[in-house]
Design a protein around this ligand. Sequence first.
Ligand code: AMP
Length: 362
Amino acid sequence: MMLKAPLPPGSTIGVLGGGQLGRMLAVAASRLGLKTHIYSDEANPPASDVAAATAIGRYDDDRALAAFADAVGVVTCEFENIPAKTLEIAGRSAPVFPPPKSFAVAQDRLVEKDFVSELGIPVAPYAAIDDLDSPRQALSDMGGPAILKTRRFGYDGKGQVFVHTESEAESAWETIGGVPSVLEGVVRFEREVSVIAVRGQDGEAQFYDVVENVHQSGILATSRAPARISDSTVFEARRIAGAIVEALQHVGVLCVEMFEREGEAPGLIVNEIAPRVHNSGHWTIDACQVSQFENHVRAICGWPLGTTNRHSDAVMTNLIGDDANQWPALAADPGATVHLYGKSEARPGRKMGHVTRLFPKS
Ligand code: AMP
């Protein structure tokens, strides 16, 4: 189902998922005079605090989903692993953006790697792993250290095991639960970068500046805008993101995470696609005139896209677990813009908030 006309102010956006991404989408929507209705399978989701309405239900509850989708002008999703069936049910009552294909590709690492490489875009060497024998064989074919990753439901480094030897290959397969996986060659990279793209319903695509990301234990720790990379690498990153959003006929924000290869011929290798607003784009709230959240809202509502221009350099630092206990000191720091997600329990590894520091534009 397509939108017949742009959704006017006063309309309601349905958001599947109620985490911090939904919360920041709701704040951005409210600035444009739009309301949000959150659908979550968990009680008291962080996004509810700032949304006009919340429905709590399972992602396979046909009736609850239909009632939710009937009550909104458009449906979007703030997390990647939304079941295809949920999107289909919602899609009977309201237009759904991004399109289901974007989720289908990003949810399965094998499908994702096939899709990206078929576009002629480099990915790490990879092999499908479906049984106990294949990790050994694939490792010896690859001839170097590798990472075994589950095809589905992996995020923030979860569902991944490093593999150095053939005997480790077998135990790794057991560690990840013997589920369909991919074995991926370890990339020797100079840095990790990502680019946030947004594509409107008319097919226009815009890109934010490429950022440089540092991960700790598989979780994003900091993003720095702009990345310290050459103009030609910036051009290449945008070309790659543009080819991906076009091939998916994506509508909304999409993030492409990449490695810049170590050595003389730098080149980019795509690691992952996220068909949604992304942690490595949080800096855009403070350093750009129009944030990734507002541009996602604009795209799904059929509005013209806003500028992606960056007015300042920025460093975004995630507040993970107990880091958020530092809020009094951060609040007293005039250089820190503090964002807290309203989560009551600070479990280890849980994203509780982030801090952005701005610097004069380089
Ligand atoms: P992922 O969940 O695939 O984004 O992986 C989380 C993090 O693990 C990445 O951001 C990298 O820091 C690291 N990583 C993942 N895959 C590779 C790879 N093939 N080579 C080197 N590092 C990797």
